[in-house]
Design a protein around this ligand. Sequence first.
Ligand code: ATR
Length: 276
Amino acid sequence: MTDEPRLAAVTGWPIAHSRSPLVHGHWLRRYRIRGHYVPIALAPEAFVEGLLAMPKLGFRGTNVTIPHKEAALALATEVTEEARAIGAANTITFREDGTIHADNTDGYGFLANLRDAAPAWDAAAGPALVLGAGGASRAIVHALQSAGAPEVWIANRTAARAEAVAEHFGARIRVLDWETAEAAAADAATIVNTTSLGMKPGEPMPVALDRLSAGALVTDVVYGAEPTAFVAEARRRGLMAVDGLGMLLHQAVPGFERWFGVRPEVDAELRAAALA
Ligand code: ATR
């Protein structure tokens, strides 16, 4: 049994665009681990059957992405505090005793990326402004709250989605109108773009950065070979600015360690591999 190559996966629908196989594949080669990390496309109606079959096929675990993160949480028999609080799972581990362990490492990845790239940043320094109210926003709101942000302000084009996030996380959250977010940014210590703005060339920035205070940190979940206009502009202005690729890389660390037995490094080589 123990001689078998170790197996892990990422499952979503669709899954072809996922960079996770590049990330884990790089680490498997770097640490000379006999294992495979494969993308598995599972349609929503096939998800439960597919996930439950994975341990029988020899998989030690799987990352889970859109649209399966809530369904994965519901199937788990053991759930971390993070996954429960966020309401979604992205890292599933099949234990030898048959338990299915669910974690959500998106918030961990967000914080680890900031601590790595902007060590001077302190969540407790002031309010955090989160732009957007999708799945990434929830994980980031929870991370900012647990890192000690005194207040989280959330603004979204569709106000009802921001209200839903605020309701989910309760205390120390304020919903701002999308139109007033730009003015509010001046009083925020941390500004996070979780909207998809910046993915396509020519899209406007989520908010202008001309009123930000000098100590503010700007970060973006959108990533690519070059920093987004939002992050590039923040850098030009001398602000602390962190691009989103590091969040993707850091969120992969806990799963790799659980499935393959080595705590992997996030470094420049990994960044290059993920963008290949
Ligand atoms: P994810 O789960 O990855 O965060 P999502 O649920 O598709 O992704 O959310 C995308 C976010 O980008 C949403 O907050 C969306 O705003 P709406 O809720 O109003 O749709 C935001 N977004 C996308 N395009 C936008 C645009 N042109 N202007 C402002 N916000 C935009």
